[in-house]
Design a protein around this ligand. Structure first.
Ligand code: HEM
Ligand SMILES: *[C@@H]1O[C@H](CO)[C@@H](O)[C@H](O)[C@H]1NC(C)=O
Ligand SMILES: *[C@@H]1O[C@H](CO)[C@@H](O)[C@H](O)[C@H]1NC(C)=O
Length: 460
């Protein structure tokens, strides 16, 4: 009898736990299904996971294993190949988008979707934007993409890359590759951000601060802004255009406040500081390591650089802005590096109003979430997508939206041209004069956070 009761107890317990578990896993979905059951909305099917956490954990799990596919596939297998699914990520009800053409539609919207960074990230960089401010920000910073500003700074970029790589080559001890490349990309970028006439110590200080304590940055920028305002009052202008001066001297009629507050300017500068150098350093290193693994591409890229040097009138002259355009093979190497390295880029947008897309009506306050994986690792566009193959760019038709390292549309990365330019200059000198030798095991260079290398000058 006792045994019978005990067995019954356990069976009840097990059923209870399963029921509880089943309810727990669905309750979030039910909550939102009831909340948005109105005929006004038409939300695609999907799975919203646990309350509060939603699917965030399973997304992180799959992306850390380098395969967001397992996360995305789950929705396609369970809810059909529609390409839009309801989910719950970063604390918000979310529409997961996996079809390239729908991702494109989401990214191209200018009016109703805001840049949807998770709140903790907004707090980290101190962002407080609205759609109006966003548009204004983009207009103000548009020159960063322009041929004018980039060619104006080209000699500076060229000189910095050349002298810095030379310095690495004369260092006896192995260098921490990523850290050193961060420093290089940072220096180039900061000149563009704050202008020419700032001394070297300032750069060193900025770099330490940026890697150590991000908050301190705001204070430094404030001081800089004050100085620059003073200088402007005296009618002194900088020899070359830069972003800080563009922000300070704007008097934009369309914007209600008419002039940006210091707080807003600092916000923009901090955003640019963080967005502007880390990916450039990382992509340069990844390109270098890919080339090292594929000697035939390395050889081909090197020959292209030697041809460029041969065509020069004087063999002493450095690289010129126009020569960048002759680097056709290297630009394939860069595209291929970017394609693979940004396959996990997440695109986020928030709906600022009820939003119609592909026959669905999505409520205000929901998020759109897409991963570049669905595009960059799409075997219909890229044969054997996981392979590094610079030659695939020989015959890829570059239709819009099949390659989104910098996203696309009105909110895409304003630094794309600068980034490609910097990586091209780095690769030019690297290919001609240097090679790296990995000191620690291969595994630590992918990803290259702990990659120790000896930077060696090629003998002539
Ligand atoms: C290879 C290097 C880089 C990559 C892969 C990259 C990629 C991206 C991506 C994917 C976004 C998000 C766009 C979206 O949400 O649709 C972005 C935004 C941004 N990037 Fe870059 N970026 C790079 C270099 C740079 C550089 C050099 C700068 C500085 C000039 C920069 C400044 C920014 C800024 C300010 C934003 C925010 C734009 C906004 O919120 O409207 N990035 N970048
Ligand atoms: C690299 O990608 C860009 C952007 O899609 C494209 O315009 C360009 O033609 C590509 N470069 C090469 C060499 O294929
Ligand atoms: C690389 O791409 C080219 C062009 O698409 C192709 O002919 C070649 O077979 C590919 N190489 C490898 C190793 O897959």
């Amino acid at each position: 009898m006792d045994f019978y009761n005990l067995a019954l107890f356990f069976i009840t317990l097990v059923i209870g736990i399963f029921t509880f578990y089943a309810i727990l896993m669905r309750i979030n979905g039910w909550y939102y299904a009831i909340k948005f059951c109105s005929k006004k909305y038409n939300i695609p099917f999907g799975y919203m996971g646990l309350p509060y956490f939603g699917n965030t954990l399973s997304y992180f799990k799959s992306s850390m294993c380098g395969d967001p596919n397992s996360f995305l596939d789950f929705f396609a297998t369970r809810f059909g190949p529609g390409g839009m699914y309801r989910a719950y990520i970063f604390g918000k009800p979310t529409i997961l988008v996996t079809k390239p053409e729908i991702i494109r539609k989401v990214l191209m919207d200018e009016e109703y979707l805001e840049r949807g960074l998770p709140n903790y990230m907004k707090k980290l960089i101190g962002l407080t934007t609205s759609i109006e401010e966003d548009k204004y920000f983009r207009r103000l910073t548009a020159p960063v993409k322009s041929h004018g500003l980039l060619s104006d700074y080209f000699d500076y970029i060229d000189k910095t890359v050349r002298t810095t790589l030379e310095k690495y080559a004369t260092t006896e001890e192995p260098i921490e590759f990523l850290h050193k490349m961060h420093r290089l990309a940072f220096e180039v970028f900061m000149r563009l951000l704050i202008g020419d006439e700032v001394n070297q110590e300032f750069f060193d200080q900025m770099f330490e601060e940026i890697t150590a304590a991000r908050k301190v940055l705001g204070g430094i920028f404030q001081k800089l802004i004050d100085e620059r305002r003073e200088a402007m009052k005296d009618g002194k202008s900088m020899p070359r255009a830069n972003i800080i001066d563009m922000l300070l001297s704007n008097t934009n009629q369309d914007y209600e406040a008419n002039i940006l507050s210091d707080k807003k300017i600092i916000e923009i500068l901090v955003l640019f500081s963080f967005a502007g150098f880390e990916p450039v350093a990382l992509m340069s290193i990844k390109a270098i390591l890919h080339l090292q693994k594929h000697p035939h591409f390395l050889e081909k890229a090197k020959e292209e650089q030697e041809e460029i040097v041969k065509r020069r009138a004087s063999s002493n002259a450095g690289l010129s802005f126009d020569e960048i355009r002759q680097m056709t093979f290297v630009s394939k190497v860069i595209n291929e590096t970017l394609r693979i390295a940004t396959d996990q880029t997440v695109f986020l947008r928030d709906t600022s109003t009820t939003f119609n897309i592909n026959g669905y009506t999505i409520p205000k306050g929901w998020k759109f979430f897409a991963v570049a994986w669905n595009i960059h690792m799409n075997p219909d566009v890229y044969v054997q997508p996981k392979e590094f193959n610079a030659s695939r760019w020989d015959d890829i038709e570059t239709k819009p939206g099949i390659f989104l390292p910098f996203s696309m549309g009105p909110k895409s990365c304003p630094g794309s041209n600068l980034a490609k330019l910097q990586i091209s200059v780095i690769l030019h000198y690297y290919l001609l004069h240097y090679r790296v030798e990995q000191i620690n095991p291969e595994a630590r260079c992918y990803p290259p956070e702990n990659c120790l290398v000896k930077f060696k000058k090629l003998s002539l």
